[in-house]
Design a protein around this ligand. Sequence first.
Ligand code: ADP
Ligand code: MG
Length: 398
Amino acid sequence: MTKQGRKAHCYGPSRPPRPKPNLPEQSRVAFAPGRANSDALPSMPTPQSRVAFAPGRVNLIGEHTDYTGGLAMPIAIQLGTTAAFEPELSSSRLELSSDQQATTGYLDLQFIAKSTTDLPAIRPGWIRYAAGVARQLWVQKRLEPVGGRIRISSTLPQGAGLSSSAALELSIGIALGFEGEPVELALACQRAEQLATGVPCGVMDQLASATGVAGCALMMDCARLSIDPVPIPDGIEIAVIHSGQTRKLSSSAYALRRAECEQAQNVIGPLSRPGITESDLSDLTDPVLKRRARHVVTENRRVAELAQALKSGDLALAGRIMLASHKSLAQDFEVSTPVLDAMVEKAMAIPGTLGARLTGAGFGGCIVVIAMSGSLDNSSFPGKFFAVQPSQGARLLS
Ligand code: ADP
Ligand code: MG
């Protein structure tokens, strides 16, 4: 077993074995023109075009637990983002276009690789994510910067809580030549998002997109960065319903919630430590901090309980646990909205629905619903309904 709790794979393209050069360390960067030791290679291939796909994710349970090292249980979904990279050796910049954005953007290779200037200044805003990924790969992972064009296409809605930003980052990372463990890519892309947005986001989105397993939810320990796939029982369907409220994470209270959790931890210690219970919250005199902490402590427990309920096929219990999570997010963590609350209520009124809750950071975005197969369709939520299937994680397509 690897650190991820299952066999990890690498993103390297399958290619014929190269003659082994006599180098001290064979880098993972297989296509790196101009490297200091390139003379030692018998023949150095030119940078290759690559097409990579990274899925979005829906979190079944475990919301606002990742940044205290807690538990979450997302699924990677069939909707996602494709990045097609066409290298151009003579170019000193990357041109980026997206079928979801009107403006093409340009990144100067020297600027990204050398400057320490903040990325949030880059325009248009959406290419900051690419800039963050490129900086992580070229500076931290020491890949050789290569210019060219990246074309992005996506089936994910943006800003809806389905992690279009993580899908964008991971697809670009693989298209630019990342080769290594999924967890390593997830951490690089998490850092990229933090650099791009200034939001201190946790690792759950990137890790879910990197490690998705078809047919399974991903029981994720965000401290150990381990993944335990939990099969979704037959006879269940999962849907995501968009509230129509597009949340702006950076302008939301996300950073405030994170700070509140840190303040609570300063008083009572790590909120996601094993064995913590509600009785450990008694030293929190501030009622707001106490509610925030109670959400995290009870949510971690619910993640473990939902995994058990799914494994034992107790679908009614699974639904009740999801509803309890929504209530905790609404009342203790205060990240729901009246629209999301009404949607959960409406979804629960549909015969066959087992459970529903807001998914993602909240303040708008989506709800996730589990129901007996055949119960849900577009009719109750026209134009806002996505049936999702637990799907494979990010990968190189060609
Ligand atoms: P979420 O990840 O839940 O969709 P975020 O606010 O974290 O919401 O990320 C959305 C932002 O990510 C968009 O505003 C845009 O800047 C960027 N983004 C995501 N997907 C794409 C895409 N396919 N093309 C261009 N930019 C994208
Ligand atoms: Mg995001």
